[in-house]
Ligand binder design. Sequence first.
Ligand code: NAG
Ligand code: NAG
Ligand code: NAG
Ligand code: NAG
Ligand code: NAG
Ligand code: NAG
Ligand code: NAG
Ligand code: NAG
Ligand code: NAG
Length: 598
Amino acid sequence: MCWRALYLLTAAAASSSETSWVCPLTCHCNSSALAINCRGSQLTSVPDGLPLEAELLNLSKNGIKTLAQQQFHMLTPLLHLDLSNNLLVLIEAEAFLGLHNLLTLNISHNHLKIVPVGAFVGLTNLKLLDISGNQILVFLDFTFRDLTSLQFCKASDNSFVFISHQAFYGLSSLRELDLDGFNLTVVPTEALNQLSRLRTLSFRRLGTISLPNYSFRHLVQLKELVVSQCPRLERLSANSLFGLNLTSLTITHCNLNGVPYVPLHHLVYLVRLDLSFNPITYIHGNLLKDLLRLQEFHLVGGSLIRVEVGAFKGLVYLNLVNVSRNLLTTLEAGAFQSVDGLRTLGLDGNALACDCRLLWVVRKRLLLDFGGNPPTCMTSVKLQGWNFLDFSDDELLKLLTCQKPRILNNKRQDVMVDQGHTAVLHCSAEGDPSPSVNWLNPQLRQVPPVGRVRVLTNGTLEVRYAQPHDGGTYICVTSNAEGNDSLRVSLHVQSLPSKKHFALHGWSVLPSASPNGIGSHKLPFDVKTLLIAATIGFLSFFSSVSVCFVFMFFWSKSKGQIKHTATIAYVPRSAMSNNNSKSGGGYMETGRFTMKLI
Ligand SMILES: *[C@@H]1O[C@H](CO)[C@@H](O)[C@H](O)[C@H]1NC(C)=O
Ligand SMILES: *[C@@H]1O[C@H](CO)[C@@H](O)[C@H](O)[C@H]1NC(C)=O
Ligand SMILES: *[C@@H]1O[C@H](CO)[C@@H](O)[C@H](O)[C@H]1NC(C)=O
Ligand SMILES: *[C@@H]1O[C@H](CO)[C@@H](O)[C@H](O)[C@H]1NC(C)=O
Ligand SMILES: *[C@@H]1O[C@H](CO)[C@@H](O)[C@H](O)[C@H]1NC(C)=O
Ligand SMILES: *[C@@H]1O[C@H](CO)[C@@H](O)[C@H](O)[C@H]1NC(C)=O
Ligand SMILES: *[C@@H]1O[C@H](CO)[C@@H](O)[C@H](O)[C@H]1NC(C)=O
Ligand SMILES: *[C@@H]1O[C@H](CO)[C@@H](O)[C@H](O)[C@H]1NC(C)=O
Ligand SMILES: *[C@@H]1O[C@H](CO)[C@@H](O)[C@H](O)[C@H]1NC(C)=O
């Protein structure tokens, strides 16, 4: 009975309010939804006489140019205000005063260049603000001071050049911020420091070359960071992500040429890493292992040549790898901690060589999600264009084969060389895929590709200025996915007769000793020059000592007679240092002075 009365009462109230709704001519009002819809009505200003009970006011797609002070002050119950797609160039201070119930405000796609301080005064309950698609250049200090409840702020597609240090002051509830700095040349670290509750930050079009240290230091709650479309961004400083505890990191369409292993390594809660559309060429082995909880790795459209064995080592939760549209020839199972957990694999758009290294992918092909684009074979003639789903089980083992490396001319070799000369040890092998060649020195350490003893890119070992201690047995190990082969080569270095035995090795590592900068492996001067230089130096030293003795002799002779002056001859120091250009000029360079004896 009572309920019924209440119902009737509210129905009456509703119908009475319905009658009181005077809808502006160009708008459509829905009194039961408390909505006023004036979209696309060619309005040039906010219409007068809007029903005061409205909760939604849609003014989008009109030609409104300005919002005056207290423009909406009677519409206290309003929850949603849509002013998108207008021609707004000016919002006066306190334009929204009175809308203290407003939850969403959309002023996207207008012509605003600046948001005056005080424009948002009174919007104490606003949760969502969309100011994207304007031409805003700067955010001034305290622009958002009153928006203490704001959780989502979209400011993408603007032309920021500057974000003032206190611009975000007051945004104590902000969880998600979308920024787009068209010409922003610095990360607005100071401004971001105010946003301690921020969980998602997206940054587009940053003009910097490197992301500086401590860029996001105070964003302790940030979970997701997106940096995209920054064609100049080449690197992240070692501590650029310091202080962050992210679960998702996206850096796409930038200019990174390597995976930023060091800046990332503390992100142990990272679940998703997206480095797509960067010119990254390698994923190195063992360097991502700190990202313990990583589940998704995306690097689409990069320049990947190789994913090294062990690249994803330690990543036991990895279930998605998308390396579509790169320059990979293969992806070995050894790159993963285990391929068992892998569910999604993007590998299409690579120049894949279908051999035993990709057998694991073909074997798992029915369990893997290829995103609708199964990989295809490219570089092998017989399998050109084959789709991974085309193989039948009995074809697999016959078609996807490798050939173990075999060293050509693999008889045990002995190489003799005279001391100081260059020894060359050959090792070439065939196999499919073409095998890598490594050399181990007699101490069984791998020979590097640079230095006096080095491995050339064609697999030949070169020992320059061979010394007796270089002698011993070198081992060439050549390997590919299918196996390995090795060859031992003995090197004997013939000693020089002892009189010429200068410890010469070591000269070659002085690059500045080479006069013209090139051919630094040649000695700057030979033994003869050295001998002459040493002799000249000795002669001039000897001459100055002997002059001293002569002087002392005459002085001692003149003892008894009282002499008040003495003449001292000496060899100037400069004569010593450049004497190797003057032959035997020791005496010519002497100087003289007279001093008084007391
Ligand atoms: C008004 O809004 C209500 C609830 O949202 C809806 O069911 C109704 O169809 C709308 N009326 C008109 C005329 O659009
Ligand atoms: C206002 O109208 C536009 C255009 O029809 C529409 O896309 C938008 O969702 C509406 N806004 C709201 C808050 O309903
Ligand atoms: C704001 O309006 C634009 C254009 O109507 C729309 O695309 C956008 O999604 C709206 N923003 C929000 C947060 O709803
Ligand atoms: C960005 O700055 C460059 C020069 O600094 C200028 O040429 C370009 O027009 C600016 N772009 C925008 C959108 O302001
Ligand atoms: C960033 O920090 C690292 C480690 O402290 C330091 O080596 C590096 O020089 C810093 N980079 C810059 C640009 O300051
Ligand atoms: C980092 O974030 C994870 C969840 O994303 C949370 O469990 C962990 O406690 C956070 N660590 C720190 C030091 O805040
Ligand atoms: C890999 O990423 C590209 C681009 O985002 C997408 O089109 C494709 O479906 C993804 N592949 C997989 C297997 O998810
Ligand atoms: C490898 O290159 C070096 C110099 O570039 C050459 O002397 C050597 O003969 C080459 N080795 C083979 C096996 O072709
Ligand atoms: C070479 O292959 C054998 C098995 O054929 C293996 O035991 C050995 O570890 C391999 N050596 C290298 C250096 O890969």
